[in-house]
Design a protein around this ligand. Structure first.
Ligand code: HEM
Length: 395
């Protein structure tokens, strides 16, 4: 593992890419980058309304489990973004979600066997679940193909390439996107219930922004800098993937500083350590302080919340350029960086704009817990998951 102090060197290592995967990446990037980005900002409010109706019933009996709630939101937003509206009325969506999460829980365990453990009955049960998931994904793809207006990611309308079978690609995106987005949503919710002052701040910001726009989308997302700063600070303190890995199979890598990484060596970048290192982030590196991502419009840094929104509704701060923050790697870096980054940020920010605009999120009284970062389903989360409630705001 490489030391986290040398961030530029770590970044350099992440640049290397296999020529082979470049084409596949580019085509996926194209699909995720245009029409889908628009959908990611439009859908969350509708989804939230629908999920909150059901949440009211659960809340009548007590609080809502933050982890479960976040998982359901992430899964639904991603499903509706990738498959279109058809996903929201698909009667098997709940079964699909359950299967996906069950497989995600067991996948690392079974993958850890060097030899396929065909002698174990549990393994065949796991295989059975994987086959069921594949069948359901194919069923959904076929529904999208039949419904040409579904506007799904794989554009099943127009010229259909029947040779192209997107099932594997879609399932991987559903796994990775649902788990990582759920972890980030749960992380943000936990920060909001433990920092009510910051929650109030973004509520004011959202109200101001709503005066000039209906809701934040990829065009106007910069109008909610505090909200974005909370999303980024949550991702800094608890990156869903705590490690990045690179491996050059054939050639040694000669770095500018003279270091040689031998072929086939696996280079591991400890993202969580890099993002919590005080030499990069200052003395309060381990504290939740979204203001570190903001600067005043006159370029001065903001260290606390004072005067960052004015009474007149004019913003006095902006989000810092993320490119300049070398030690910020929640979505990876270089040629293999996450291609769903924009989609995740726009989708999650629109979701929280709708959520905090209408509700105050609180901890269920008497259920105060002290969550700690722990691995869960291959992603880092704050556990135990707090019980939360939503209180409708009067304005
Ligand atoms: C909060 C949400 C997300 C987080 C934190 C996240 C994080 C990451 C990270 C750390 C990587 C590895 C990057 C590297 O090695 O440099 C990655 C790769 C990837 N992500 Fe995400 N991701 C998120 C959401 C999404 C979504 C919503 C999608 C698409 C629907 C997506 C698609 C991908 C793909 C396709 C790759 C592989 C890129 C490649 O190997 O070339 N991600 N993501």
């Amino acid at each position: 593992m490489l030391p986290e102090e040398d961030v530029p060197l770590l970044r350099l290592l992440l640049i290397f890419v296999h020529g082979k995967v470049e084409h596949q990446r580019k085509s996926l990037e194209l699909k995720l980058g245009s029409k889908l980005l628009e959908r990611a900002s439009l859908i969350p409010a509708e989804i939230l309304n629908c999920i909150m109706e059901r949440a009211q019933t659960v809340m009548a009996k007590g609080g809502i489990d933050c982890e479960m709630f976040s998982q359901h939101l992430a899964f639904t937003i991603l499903g509706a973004t990738l498959f279109g509206d058809i996903f929201l009325t698909w009667p098997k969506a709940n079964v699909y979600e359950e299967l996906l999460m069950k497989i995600a829980k067991d996948a690392c365990f079974w993958a850890s066997y060097g030899v396929t453990p065909f002698w174990k009955q549990e393994f065949w049960r796991y295989q059975d679940l994987c086959t069921k998931l594949k069948c359901l994904t194919l069923e959904l793809i076929n529904e999208c193909r039949q419904n040409r207006k579904s506007e799904s990611l794989w554009d099943f309308g127009g010229d259909i390439d029947m040779e192209y079978e997107p099932c594997g690609e879609i399932t991987s995106l559903m796994f990775h996107g649902s788990l990582t987005m759920a972890a980030l949503i749960a992380n943000i919710l936990t920060r909001l219930v433990t920092h009510l002052d910051i929650q109030d701040k973004i509520h004011s910001e959202i109200l101001l922004a709503q005066k000039v726009m209906r809701r934040p989308d990829q065009e106007n997302i910069a109008m909610v800098p505090h909200l974005l700063a909370i999303v980024y600070e949550s991702a800094r303190l608890l990156p869903a993937g705590p490690l990045l890995q690179r491996c050059s199979l054939r050639h040694d890598l000669n770095l500018k500083n003279g270091m040689v990484i031998p072929a086939a060596a696996i280079v591991v970048v400890p993202v969580q350590l890099v993002q919590m290192d005080s030499s990069n982030w200052g003395k309060d590196a381990s504290k939740f302080n979204p203001y570190r991502f903001l600067s005043r419009t006159d370029d001065r840094c903001i260290s606390d919340q004072k005067e960052s929104l004015t009474d007149t509704g004019l913003y006095t701060c902006v989000l810092k350029e993320l490119k300049e923050l070398e030690a910020f790697l929640p979505f990876g870096s270089g040629s293999r960086a996450c291609i769903g980054e924009k989609l995740a940020i726009v989708g999650i920010s629109s979701l929280f704009a709708a959520l905090v605009g209408t509700y105050e999120v609180r901890l269920l009284p008497g259920c105060e817990s002290n969550p700690k970062p722990m691995m869960n389903n291959c992603v880092l989360q704050l556990l135990p998951s707090p019980k939360i409630i939503f209180v409708k705001r009067s304005s």
